[in-house]
Write a protein that binds this ligand. Structure first.
Ligand code: N01
Length: 530
């Protein structure tokens, strides 16, 4: 196959890749997006498991770069389900005529930087090759599935599924004995739906999780009209909050409130539902004692919902609330009241083996017909190091990051010139509403490439010192409070053998944006150009 040359090659056609293409093309750059899937949508293309839906309210989980787009699109539910999110991505691709510059069903295998030509050479698994001045990795934070380290993982003789690689056609579990391993967001969303079909459902839980009810419903038309009438203020206010989400965040301390006030506050937030529960007080992620008040509130809810006290106790998390990503559920805990749903605690005694007939755990053989891995992702770095990226001096990104990632603002990595990452490690990314965060990164990257082009610069590289200073700051911010006291995918501790380093930036979206703006105002301080 012949080599194709572009100004910019973008890897991934999710929300980041699509918006990058839309921004770069009218500026006169030749652009090619290369995507492994058969369609746009990224996360919402791959994650089709039963019950998959967004945990940010739909009215906020959308692009804001085009007023007509945000006015015309109509969500049907408070929290959009995966098929509707995919429909939205497809609508954007059609509306802005993006598909003609996207090559689908093509997985990039390697990217190497030519220090003489100051260009990247990319090769795909299908043999196609691309040459580009710039590469933008728009590969997502949660896109490389994590397969657990369990003996006999490939031995099961029945159908095996991973929530992050769900088949495109409907999977029918009717009459089947199904096992689910994993109780993170994907497990918590899929378990109640699988339980509706399966004859028997056995859930293997290593760490119990906190889930706040979604109270999902059809989208309130009056609310939709109000938001659409005030979109600018609505979006602006969202950007002033740490997670970039419109909502009520209290700065007061849980420990200063009287117990009955606290209870009322938590109750109100539980009844409203969703991630805003953690906005109840400003010290919940700072003080373990404060956190305990919210954690115990949720544990008591679990004890109220689940009929069998023993099962309820197994479901009650012992770690802090908000250490792992909070889950947003529909009927999760109540599902364990169904007589055909069983919970197996594998916290102290890990699953012994996967066998041809099923799962062996706690000395028992569980015979099943279908096995679902809801075991998450090699988050933040997995999709980047899965590509054999070689920068200056032929250094592999995987080697550079063997002790954990380091980057300048989650946007660029020293030693890897002319390569940008969208929502990379060191940026707020997964702590925020992802689409606005993606837009902020894409705007920054596009403006930077355009700025360089106007000055005839062909080389940009994050400087070592600036990168180290940012990373030190990022780690210092993470170390304040109690966030890092829980093992989680934020730290990479869910992946066997992965370095334990806190990856998303915890300083909040507003401060991060200010830092990005200051760097630009300072002539892209911390970057070298030629
Ligand atoms: O993955 P996870 P996820 N034996 O890593 C368990 C986003 N998301 O796909 O906690 C037994 O959270 C593991 O146990 P432990 C969201 O940001 C969003 O659910 O490591 N169990 C854990 O219970 C989310 O946080 C939505 O002890 C094993 C589970 O597998 C992120 O994606 C929906 C095991 C993995 O949970 C990841 O969520 C879905 C083993 N050997 C996802 N290995 C929305 O709502 C792993 N586990 C938008």
């Amino acid at each position: 196959m012949s080599l194709q040359q572009f100004d910019v090659v973008i890897v991934g056609a999710g929300f980041a890749g699509m918006y990058l293409l839309h921004r770069l093309r009218p500026l006169g750059f030749s652009v090619r997006v290369v995507e492994a899937g058969t369609d746009v949508g990224g996360t919402w293309y791959w994650n089709r498991y039963p019950g998959a839906r967004v945990d940010i309210e739909s009215m906020q989980y959308s692009y804001q770069f085009d007023e007509a787009l945000q006015q015309e699109w109509q969500w049907t539910e408070k929290y959009a389900p995966q098929p509707e999110l995919l429909k939205y991505a497809r609508h954007v691709a059609d509306r802005f005529d993006l598909r003609c510059d996207i090559r689908f069903e093509t997985r990039i295998a390697s990217a190497s930087y030519d220090e003489e030509a100051l260009r990247w050479s990319l090769k795909a698994e299908d043999g196609s090759a691309y040459d580009a001045r710039f590469v933008v990795m728009a590969t997502g934070c949660l896109s490389k599935p994590n397969w657990p380290h369990i003996k006999g993982i490939g031995d099961f003789a029945g159908e095996t599924y991973h929530t992050a690689m769900w088949p495109r056609e409907k999977v029918d579990f009717t009459g089947q004995r199904v096992a689910v391993i994993g109780t993170g967001s994907s497990g918590i969303q899929s378990i109640p739906v699988i339980a509706e079909e399966a004859a028997q459902l056995t859930v293997f839980q290593r760490t119990p999780n906190y889930a706040i009810p979604a109270h999902n419903a059809l989208l309130d038309k009056d609310y939709e009209s109000w938001v659409k009438g005030h979109y600018t203020e609505f979006r602006d206010q969202a950007k002033q909050t740490p997670p970039g989400i419109y909502g009520r965040f209290r700065v007061g301390k849980a420990l200063d409130a009287k117990p009955e006030e606290r209870q009322a506050e938590y109750e109100e937030r539980w009844n409203a539902g969703g991630l805003a529960f953690m906005g109840a007080y400003g010290d919940l992620m700072v003080s373990k004692e404060a956190n305990d008040t919210a954690a115990e509130f949720v544990r008591n809810k679990i004890r109220d919902i689940v009929d069998d006290p023993e099962t309820a106790e197994i479901l009650c998390p012992k770690n802090i609330i908000g250490g792992k990503r909070l889950c947003v559920d529909t009927n999760y805990y109540a599902t364990y009241n169904k007589s055909h749903v069983h919970l197996i605690d594998v916290c102290d005694n890990p699953i012994e083996a996967i066998t041809p007939a099923g799962i062996r755990a706690n000395g028992t053989n569980f015979e099943i017909d279908a096995l679902v891995f809801a075991t998450g992702f090699d988050a933040m770095t997995g999709a980047l190091t899965a590509v054999d990226i070689k920068g200056k001096d032929n250094t592999k990104l995987g080697d550079r990051w063997v002790d954990g990632p380091i980057s300048y603002l989650g946007l660029a990595i020293s030693g890897f010139p002319n390569l940008f990452t969208v929502t990379g490690p060191g940026s707020p990314s997964v702590f925020t509403n992802m689409i606005p965060t993606i837009e902020q990164h894409v705007d920054w990257i596009t403006d930077c490439i355009n700025w360089m082009s106007k000055r005839d610069y062909t080389f940009i590289e994050a400087e070592n010192e600036a990168e180290q200073a940012w990373w030190d700051h990022h780690q210092e911010v993470a170390a304040v409070g109690i966030k890092t006291t829980t093992e989680s995918w934020y730290l990479g501790s869910n992946v066997h053998g992965k370095a334990r380093v806190f990856m998303p930036y915890y300083g909040g979206f507003p401060d991060y944006c200010r830092k990005c703006e200051e760097i630009v105002a300072d002539g892209y301080a911390g970057f070298a150009f030629s």
